[in-house]
Ligand binder design. Structure first.
Ligand SMILES: [Zn+2]
Length: 131
């Protein structure tokens, strides 16, 4: 979904960490994903405690995907929430790219296949100008 708002208007986001083992750590990682897109695009994202325009929720997801975006909802498997923060951020950043209207493609965060954001070596995948 592409948001029909001026860049100066913040897009609110919220996260539901119900049931997660480390909600604080996950919240920080998800926040970094929003911050990264903000830095890359100029869009302003603003956290709200609930009811954000974009929301991240944690529910079991098909293990082939681990996460998906459904319009403005980012659904992430709790398995991801137990992974390292870098991976959490990458997964959410990838799905946020879909929320912003981007398809898969290119060598960066939006490229590859369903497992492309797995940071096997612990290296972060950054948002590239072509993302
Ligand atoms: Zn994707």
């Amino acid at each position: 979904m592409i948001f029909p708002v001026p860049l100066c208007v913040p897009i609110t986001w919220s996260i539901d960490t119900t049931g997660l083992s480390h909600p604080g750590r996950t919240s920080v990682a998800v926040g970094r994903a929003f911050d990264e897109w903000s830095a890359a695009t100029g869009l302003r994202f603003q956290w709200v405690s609930s009811g954000g325009r974009v929301s991240a929720v944690f529910h079991p997801v098909d293990p082939r995907w681990l996460a998906y975006a459904l319009e403005d909802v980012i659904v992430v498997d709790p398995v991801v929430a137990n992974a390292v923060s870098t991976y959490q951020r990458e997964v959410v950043a990838h799905e946020l790219g879909h929320v912003l209207g981007l398809p898969h493609g290119g060598p960066g965060l939006m490229g590859g296949n369903a497992t492309h954001v797995m940071p096997i070596d612990g290296q972060a995948v950054s948002i590239q100008p072509c993302d």
